[in-house]
Design a protein around this ligand. Structure first.
Ligand code: PMV
Length: 360
């Protein structure tokens, strides 16, 4: 599938060399993307909060070359990384038609994360979006007429081809990806900023990430997405995601925190229920994931505070809560939940406004 809108006209000249840099955040889905079609097209729409503190910063240096094919080196926190190369090579292959200068340069990709590499927090969303943004920034240097709107759209389009959920990491504070009948402008090809009114209750929403298991996941999300093909519950699940989007839109508008909690927790548990009922089946939650969920539910019942959880494709727990309840909830997390984290580690984050260029 070729999308002509993102194929640039031939450039009048190429720069000899240069460098660009971007920082891009991670995101946490409220309605989950799980299952995809060819060309990274999602099986259902999803919506996420863009995070603020968990980010990847990438500097992309480029230098004209005369050899054929792709040529690049990747450094993570200053160290040469060979294990990232196949994923980036595959990304370059997928986007070459949209970024024709990819074979004209040797690239040096220098990247660093604000969160520890071995935290179990996936860096693919922030990493792929930062790299996509750097590439579009080079394109903008070759063609300065590109508008801000097109810039973000193309960056999201490219990021999606690197890692699906990465297309939701360009802008803030709520991003929708995947066509939904009641969300104007929503698309399977790019993430868009949520276009409707959002109640004050959801401004500066908090996400404290409890690091339950910092190890490598036993089942990658690529494998997990593929297991949704022929999954006996796939069709009802995709339909449920559409209706959960509708219900979430209503809660976002009215500020109904209880409705928000029930949609978000149901989405998280449904995601894991899909994994547990795949063929082959698998479990990514750990005993401490369940300890945390049970304690969180008891605390919510006892205090009436609007604390809830969501999960991504791993054992870590994202604890979500409104800004005005932060003090009591943060105390509860530090005193009661952190004991279930590996080495007591957790990361306090909140909703952010998206990626930023870095001056170099
Ligand atoms: O972007 P991927 O292929 O790593 O898939 C991410 C899937 C979930 O994090 C589980 C859900 C989501 O919508 O982000």
């Amino acid at each position: 599938m070729i999308v002509n809108e993102f194929i640039p006209k031939p450039y009048s000249h190429l720069l000899e060399n240069g460098a660009v840099a971007y920082s891009a955040p991670s995101n946490i889905a409220l309605v989950k993307y799980w299952g995809k079609k060819a060309h990274q097209i999602p099986a259902n729409p999803s919506i996420s909060f863009t995070l603020n503190n968990c980010k990847t910063s990438t500097t992309l240096k480029f230098k004209k070359k005369t050899t054929d094919g792709f040529s690049f080196d990747v450094f993570l926190e200053g160290d040469l990384q060979t294990d990232f190369k196949p994923k980036i090579e595959q990304f370059f292959k997928r986007i070459e038609v949209y970024i024709p200068f990819l074979t004209a340069y040797h690239f040096t990709i220098e990247t660093s994360n604000t969160f520890p590499h071995s935290s179990g927090i996936a860096s693919s969303a922030s990493g792929m979006s930062a790299l996509a943004l750097c590439l579009v920034q080079i394109e903008q240097q070759l063609n300065p007429t590109i508008s801000k709107e097109f810039f973000n759209k193309k960056a999201s389009f490219l990021a999606r081809l690197g890692s699906g959920s990465a297309c939701r990491s360009i802008e803030g504070d709520l991003v929708v990806w995947g066509a939904h009948a009641n969300i104007q402008g929503s698309s399977d090809l790019v993430g868009i900023k949520y276009p409707y009114e959002v109640h004050e209750n959801f401004k500066n929403y908090r996400d404290t990430i409890l690091l339950v298991d910092k190890g490598e996941k036993q089942v990658s999300s690529t494998v997990g997405h593929n297991l949704m093909h022929n999954h006996p519950f796939a069709e009802p699940r995709f339909a449920q995601a559409h209706s959960n989007m509708d219900a979430l839109m209503a809660a976002l508008k009215t500020g109904d925190l209880n409705a928000f909690i029930s949609i978000v927790e149901r989405e998280a548990l449904t995601l894991h229920a899909m994994m547990m009922s795949s063929d082959p089946y698998f479990i990514l939650m750990k005993p401490n994931t369940l300890e945390i969920i049970n304690k969180l539910w008891a605390f919510r019942a006892q205090t009436g505070l609007h604390i809830c959880f969501t999960l991504d494709a791993g054992a870590n727990v994202h604890v979500l809560f409104p800004d005005n309840e932060a003090k009591e909830i943060q105390e509860f997390i530090a005193n009661e939940l952190s004991v279930h984290c590996q080495n007591g580690h957790f990361i306090e984050d909140n909703v952010g406004q998206g990626a930023q260029p870095i001056k170099i």
